[in-house]
Each structure stands twice: as structure tokens, then as C-alpha cells.
Design a protein around this ligand. Sequence first.
Ligand code: ATP
Ligand code: MG
Length: 560
Amino acid sequence: MAEENNVAEVAAGNFIEDFINEDIAEGGMYEGKTVHTRFPPEPNGYLHIGHAKAICIDFGMAEKFGGKCNLRMDDTNPTKEDVEYIDAIEEDIKWLGFDWEDRFYFASEYFEQMYEYAVELIKKGLAYVCELTPEQVRENRGDLTTPAKSPYRDRPIEESLDLFERMKNGEFEEGRMTLRAKIDLASGNFNMRDPVIYRINRIPHHRTGEKWCIYPMYDFAHPIEDAIEGITHSLCTLEFEAHRPLYDWVIDNITSPCKPRQIEFSRLGINNTVMSKRKLRQLVEDGYVNGWDDPRMPTLCGLRRRGYTPASIRNFCERIGVSKTNSTVEYSFLEHCLREDLNENAKRVMCVLNPIKLVITNYPEDKTETFDVENNPQKAEDGMRTITFSRECYIEAEDFIEEKIKGYNRFYPGNEVRLKSAYVVKCTGCKKDENGKVVEVYAEYDPETRGGDTPDGRKVRGTVHWVDAKNYIDAEVRLYENLFTDPEPDVGDKNFLDYINPKSLTVLENCKIEKTVEGAEYPTFYQFMRMGYFCLDKDSTPDKFIFNRSVSLKDGYKKK
Ligand code: ATP
Ligand code: MG
């Protein structure tokens, strides 16, 4: 199932581009036309990172060829649609940076035309009303060596026309009849063995209400939607490859205003997560996560809340490439793309996640010094900020140990450590409570090392971040791990819910962040020095800062 991404294929360029170029070179029906694509989500859930790939391809191809891309809600199935999803879909696509301009359509707007096309097929002897139950259709579908059986396929055209109209008028109950295309009962492609193209369904539709009680099947509806909108290239995922002959058959047999070409590309999978909307919905509805925008979700709203930038996601989609081989991409690659963006663009600040107090015993009690430090060493134009330093500060509890271990260069009695951008200090000991827990660490500073440099050039190996204990803001910090412990939680007969990672969320309540973040609003991206990249969460208030860790720093930089 999960095969390696075919790097050679990706490097050679995009085969979709090649196909479109071929079509343009051939002229014919593409003569004088601009490339026109569409992104057709079914509004039954929020968009996820897999959709982002499709969006980047659909809008990206149009952009590349100076063409257009429509946004179309594929709402031909009345059971599941919800306006909440439609708004969210629009928001997510805009956030990614794509624009459908005024071309926003609903497939349900075409029900009348679809009905007329179905009537056209009946009149041409290419469709008929069938009275087999779904079970009977299945039982009669035949196998590779036996053709299907369909007892109603030769019924008179007039009879089918009459019954189809009565189906539309609501004279029959659900499941009683279907309309089937008359194609080839012996076809090696089972999609061509007289597929059902219309069924009765009495669920009201969110846009057309109770006007219709018959609904077109996807394989019939989709090519018509494309044709009506003048789509030249209908880009979709690989599972539709075996449906392409039916797509072409529909276009060839109706009076189509144009002849769109379907091109399939591989679906994106990412390990340690699930991507199907049904499963994502289950995670939300059963309370495994806190909503569709939970920062652990692979949804675009979840990634956004986690601190992903549109640029990082577009870059990711670009770099995974487009191929015909289904592939699973490492989650760490998505993280890599984010890290690259934030490394360039995030403001650096210091935040202590698990604080312990450091007292600098030879520093005057009531003195406060200031240091001007760069907001982002990668970008001088981001300017400077001023941080304060006084006798007491917070450091990470894990930056102190009582006894030296080989390779550990931070605080232990007798060791010199650099407080980032401030001073070199020498650890002198600690205080413990009655349970033996370290509650304070002591050090003496070297006044000659202001800024962190040693005038005599002596080596100081460890540098730690810190926050002035007189001048900080309390913050809650949420750390995330993979939502699933298994790399492929829903492959084969595994139940993905069995692999939920109980440690996927850690909430740290007592973090101390430098005061310079005061007034920050979402989206502001930070690097908390040594701790990773963080983004203000939407639950944050001016009185209570809440940050999500978007991604950690490179592993090599972290302590074991
Ligand atoms: P799901 O199985 O998650 O419900 P879907 O394919 O039913 O997905 P749609 O809303 O119908 O979701 O998808 C809209 C478009 O996005 C389609 O063209 C589909 O091919 C594409 N798409 C969906 N999932 C992926 C994915 N994982 N990788 C690439 N494209 C995808
Ligand atoms: Mg779908």
C-alpha cells in the first residue's frame, strides 16, 4: 500500500503539466481555450492536508497556465451536507492563499440540467429504469468471466421515460427503482456494467429542500458539472481512475458543451494520522480531540491553530510532488517545512516551560539591567527588543543537576554557564525542600561578562535561556505529540481508535515568558529559544497567555 514517493518522477516534473501541454499543442477542442480546473469538495467535513494537496494542484495548474479554477461544492448527496462546513471550506482555501474570484458553484444548482441529460440518454436508448433492488443488482453483477444480468435493460424507451418522470414526481418509495446507463454488461470494468446513475432518496437537501427526491450518482453528476462549467481538465485522485471510462462515456453521449479531460494523481497520506473525513468526524464527535481545529488534527483549521503558516503548507505540497503512485509522507517532513519557514520568520523570545528559580547571590537586590537583543538573527529588519535582568530569574528545572554527568554542560555546582545574552554565571549550589526536591538554584555572576562574552576568552560550554523573575508573564503552554502511536493507524483491519496516543497533549500551566510578548495577538509566530516554535492559541486572553508548540527545534539541539 504505502510505497516510497517516486523521487525521479517528481524531479522530472509534473505529469499533469505534461498532459495539459500535450492537449494545448494538439489544438483541437482546446484551441483558444484557457485552462480551466475546479476544486470540488463534498461539504461533509473540514478540509485536511490531503485536500491542501488537491487545492495546490487544482489552483496551481490553473495559475501556471494563466487559467482559472472554480470552487464547487459537490453537494449532490443530500445526506450529510452542512453550511458550517461550507463556510469553513471557503475560509481554509482563502487562508492558503487561493482565489476562485466569482466562480463559486454548487453542484446542486445543476440538478435540472442533470435530469434533462438523463432524459436525453433514455431517449437515445442509452439509459433505462431498472426495478432490481440494490441486493439484486449486486447478485446479478457477474464476475470477470460472466457478464452481468439486467432484466429491465430492453424495456421500451417510452416506458423508461414515463417511469423516470414518475420517480422524479415522488410516486415510488426509496430503493424501488433506479435509472441505469445502458453500456456494457460484459465489460471488464465493472463500473461500465450498466451503472446506476439516479436513485430515489427522500432526505431533504440543504439547498434544494424537498424539490428533488431523485439524486444523480457521483459518476454521472461529476462529468456534467465539469461540462457545464467549461472545465478543461478535471483533476482528481487515483481512486477515480477506473471511473474515467464512465466519465468519458457520459460526456460522449450527452450533448455536452465541451469535453473535459479527467487526470488522476495520487492521494496524500501522512503517517501517524488519519485523513478520512469520516474518521476525523468520529474523533471530534466522540471527544478524542477538542474539535475540528484541535491542533493535533491534520485539518487545515487544526494546523492553522497549531501554528502552521500557509506558506509552509504550500511549500510542503509543492515538494511532495505529484505522481501516480500513492505514497505516505513522513509527518516529520511536514514539520520540516514549517520549521524552515519559522526559522526565517519567527520572533525569538525566551520562555521557561518548567521553571525553577535561579538566585544570583552576588547581584544587587534592587538593581535591574536591560539588554537589547535581536528579534530575529535571520532578519535584521525585525529589529531589537529590550529584556531585563535582575537578581532572580527563572531557568528550566532540567537545566540544573546536583552532580555532574559527562556531557552535561549546564548548571551543576562549580560549573560556569552563560545566561543567554546576559552574563556568565557560576553555579554555587541549591536549596531543597523537606522532600529533597530542588526549589532554588544559586549562582554568582561575573560582572566582566556583560552580553555573555568572556573577556579572557575562557570557554563556557553551556548557554541557557532564562526569564527575569521581576518581569515576566505567566503562560500556559500546550505541547503536542502525534495523535496516533501507530504510523499507519487505519491500514488493514486495524481500528484507528486503538492507537490514540495518550500523551498527544501535555499542558504546562506555570510557564514564564518574557514581558516583551505583552499585547501579542494571533497569529504571531515565536521561537521560544531552545524550546521550539510556538503560536498564540485562540483561547488566549490578555490576562492569560496560551501558546501551542507548533514544532520542536531540530532534535540535535534538544537534550536527550
Ligand atoms: P475523504 O475520504 O477524506 O472524505 P474525499 O475524497 O471524499 O475525502 P472530497 O471532499 O470529495 O473528499 O475531496 C475533494 C477533492 O480533494 C477531491 O478532488 C479529492 O480527490 C481531493 N482529496 C481528498 N483527499 C485527498 C488526499 N488525501 N490527497 C489528495 N487529494 C485529496
Ligand atoms: Mg468524497
